[in-house]
Write a protein that binds this ligand. Structure first.
Ligand SMILES: [Zn+2]
Ligand SMILES: [Zn+2]
Length: 421
């Protein structure tokens, strides 16, 4: 059923706050407080004003739970840091240490679908639309718009595979026990990874930057990982790392192996610095290269493919094996992170803590749904397709639709819909 826009002008803010309030009334007691919570700072975004309330501290879990029931925040955070006086202003808190945290957000990862799910809202009125923002708002004449991140399955999958790569780094390269690596779906665009170990609490910003550089493969020198040309009696020979080598050496080898197995001819030709004829040669000799890998001497196994080409393959492998993380988050030793089982104000989904071994099976659009009951009729301004649970919804444009509560709240939180009377 389509209805005229004028009949559906009710602002949904109050309704969202009411639903969030019901959620916290029923679930606040299940929210786990972080370890050493008395030494952490808590922060909240106030639903009605959208402003951040910081420097809160709680001496007992029930005080924290009563507080969120009382204020119904749109978003809830705690510090990764521990302080002597967490409720004091920043300069007087007396920093004791901080957990090691990583943020993987599809905002920082380039995906081929980004342009397909562009979405804007007008900053001056409740107008919204799909695609590129207009130069002028057709409703209020304003020219200030906000680009909105749409929940996209492909983007979320990409973020998840980055998170899996990062876990491999943390467990295999750094040696953290898997049970000390906590993964959280953020409730929106990605995952947070959180390591709580005494060894890392004291690390300063520079040390954390080195960890970032390692997982991003920044400044990695290929020759230091064994790829080189050596002179032998028989002539020149290319040697390189093995698939089972530890650290980046093994990652480089496995990455090159992956390229040989999975890249088509076009993709090989597109690798920067690889000559088109050589790309064809590699493509036609794939079987031989892969066989050579089983005997340990793939590097230099094809006549006509020299060290420069292998270096280019390795560079591509490094890009593929490196993890896209938000550098700023990891090196900020005062950072606030979202709390599991609290809601995300931009989606109405909940933050979910996932054991690292279960991440592969985790489905954010099913497992993070907070509002499982009821339906709601909303007037949708515009919406790309989206999935919640098993159902796929949309695309919609200027129509009134009755939706399951979680789907309706998602659109209301995105400012993509209005309440009907
Ligand atoms: Zn407007
Ligand atoms: Zn996408």
């Amino acid at each position: 059923m389509r209805i005229k826009r004028e009949k559906a002008m009710k602002n949904p803010r109050k309704f969202i706050i009411q639903k969030f309030s019901e959620y916290y009334r029923d679930n606040a007691n299940k929210i786990p407080l972080p370890t050493s919570y008395k030494k952490r700072e808590f922060g909240f975004i106030l639903s009605d004003k959208g402003i951040m309330l910081r420097h809160k501290a709680f001496s007992e879990p029930r005080f924290f739970r009563d507080f969120i029931k009382l204020i119904t925040p749109s978003d809830v955070y705690h510090s990764a840091a521990y302080y002597k006086h967490p409720s004091r202003e920043m300069g007087k808190k007396e920093w004791i240490g901080a957990d090691l945290i990583f943020d993987i957000d599809f905002d920082h990862i380039s995906t081929p679908c980004t342009e397909e799910h562009e979405y804007w809202t007008c900053e001056l009125c409740d107008q919204a639309g799909v695609g590129k923002q207009p130069s002028v708002c057709s409703q209020c004449g304003g020219s200030k718009f906000k680009m909105v991140a749409w929940l996209c399955e492909t983007c979320l999958e990409t973020a998840k595979s980055e998170a899996l790569k990062l876990i491999e780094f943390l467990v295999n390269d750094f040696g953290f026990p898997p049970q000390d690596v906590e993964v959280c779906f953020s409730g929106h665009r990605g995952y947070h990874i959180h390591v709580e170990r005494d060894e890392i609490k004291q690390l300063d910003q520079n040390a954390r930057k080195e960890i970032v550089d390692y997982v991003q493969g920044t400044g990695l020198k290929v020759s230091l990982h064994g790829l080189m040309q050596v002179s032998r009696k028989m002539g020149q020979k290319i040697i390189g790392p093995d698939l089972n080598d530890p650290g980046w050496s093994g990652k480089i080898a496995r990455g090159v192996y992956d390229i040989i197995v999975t890249y088509n001819l076009q993709q090989l030709k597109e690798i920067n610095g690889i000559n088109k004829n050589i790309a064809s040669l590699i493509f036609s000799q794939r079987e031989k290269i892969l066989k050579a890998w089983n005997t340990g001497t793939p590097w230099g196994s094809i006549k006509g493919v020299g060290i420069k080409t292998w270096e280019k393959l390795v560079e591509t492998s490094v890009v593929n094996q490196a993890v896209s993380i938000d550098t700023v988050v990891t090196i900020d030793i005062h950072r606030l992170i979202r709390m599991p089982l609290t809601l995300h104000g931009k989606t109405g989904l909940k933050v979910v803590s996932i054991p690292s071994k279960s991440l592969e099976r985790f489905d954010p659009l099913r497992d993070a749904v907070a509002f499982n009951e009821g339906t709601l009729k909303v007037y949708i301004l515009a919406a790309h397709r989206f999935r919640i649970g098993k159902e796929i919804y949309g695309p919609y444009e200027r129509e009134t639709v009755k939706l399951p509560m979680a789907a309706a709240i998602y659109l209301l939180c995105k400012r993509a819909a209005l309440l009907t009377d």
